[in-house]
Design a binder for this molecule. Structure first.
Ligand SMILES: [Mn+2]
Length: 371
């Protein structure tokens, strides 16, 4: 089914037909996935965080939430793998004005720093301000996520660069002590700050490990760009950080061995409750050509889906998730023709569907698999 939806014009929404037809074209102004669920009735609350201050290479991921929202109108709501996630209600908030302002201020400072024109003292002041903004953003995301958890809703954080889910992960770890972390990424994100920025996208795992008092096992998938200090951090973690490196994944495939077995063995390390953090560059760059730091190799679409399928089959429960680094490109979408956002929107829907499925297993939530 092809649905041709105009750009979202949220200020002039069409009336929602009753009953809702999931196969019909998305209505103008109807929000994420063409749904109009009020926030208080949605099982899933998506928080957009259009922030990319510390992006070190290519910019554009701050446009991710808006691009994904526009592309989401083309996503078929019936999903053979996860059923009918839309029935639970999914709500995407408006980007908060303070987040937009923080992104503008911090991005301008970082770009000025990259020119190396400022004096060392000025550079120090600018770095300190960028770090202070990062701390404010973290507190904001933490509070939003905590509210969502208190209302029994699934918190989903939509980036932006991969620095943004820090507060979400901490809030989930506070509500679910001992939860594990399943981390899809081309990078280990274990650097102790990057370019002098404490809250860098390259340091999120380092910061989470350092701050979350009661975090369980971490499993990383897709990692193929690794600093030496990061390799040492993994080795020195005593197994607390288990990384399925991309070359190991590729060798398993090339040798004709079972990827499913590798997935199962890796997931077995995780506790019952799992937070899922998904940096889209964990996928093959053909699925995210405009992302900030693309790296050759990576997971195919179906590789990633295998992880989600086995996570569901294992009976584990997803307590929160994020999707980061989806970018329509620095100039909006001149060359990509919506491809990154098309993948991002489908990935987001599948991640949400998987999370709902893991939460409804053994309960009577209004959610069912198609067959
Ligand atoms: Mn990352």
């Amino acid at each position: 089914m092809q649905r041709i939806a105009p750009m979202p014009t949220r200020w002039d929404p069409e009336p929602v037909p009753n009953p809702f037809d999931p196969d019909a074209p998305a209505l103008a102004g109807s929000g994420l996935f063409g749904l109009s669920t009020p926030p208080e009735r949605a099982a899933v609350r998506v928080l957009p965080v259009p922030f990319e201050a510390t992006t070190s290479y290519r910019r554009g991921t701050a446009q991710g939430p808006l691009a994904i929202e526009a592309a989401s109108h083309q996503v078929d709501l019936y999903d053979r793998q996860t059923g009918r996630p839309y029935k639970s209600g999914i709500h995407l908030a408006e980007p908060a004005p303070e987040v937009v302002a923080w992104n503008e201020e911090a991005s301008a400072l970082v770009q000025r720093l990259h020119t190396h024109e400022a004096s060392p003292a000025e550079q120090e002041t600018m770095r300190a301000r960028v770090n202070a903004i990062g701390a404010e953003l973290n507190a904001f995301v933490f509070e939003c996520t905590r509210k969502c958890l208190n209302q029994g809703q699934l918190p989903v954080t939509l980036g932006g660069d991969h620095s943004i889910p820090y507060g979400a992960i901490l809030a989930c770890a506070e509500a679910h002590p001992g939860m594990g972390l399943l981390h899809f990424d081309a990078h280990a994100d274990l650097r102790d700050s990057y370019e002098g920025f404490t809250w860098s996208h390259a340091s999120i795992l380092h910061n989470v490990v350092r701050s979350a008092a009661d975090l369980g096992q971490i499993v990383q998938v897709g990692v193929r760009d690794l600093g030496e200090s990061e390799a040492r951090a993994i080795e020195g973690s005593g197994g607390a950080i288990h990384t399925v490196f991309d070359d190991q994944w590729a060798r398993t495939r090339l040798d004709g061995l079972s990827l499913r077995e590798l997935v199962r063995r890796s997931l077995d390390r995780l506790p019952h409750e799992v937070y899922l953090t998904f940096d889209v560059d964990g996928l093959d760059p053909s699925l995210c050509p405009q992302t900030g730091t693309p790296v050759p190799g990576g997971l195919t679409w179906h590789d990633a889906m295998l992880w989600l399928e086995e996570l569901t089959n294992s009976g584990r429960r997803i307590v929160g998730l994020d999707l980061c680094e989806v970018s329509p490109g620095p100039q909006g979408d001149e060359t990509g023709q919506g491809w990154d956002a098309a993948v991002g929107a489908r990935l987001l829907y599948r991640l949400i569907g998987t999370a709902l499925l893991t939460r409804s297993q053994g309960s009577k939530e209004p959610f069912s698999r198609p067959d």
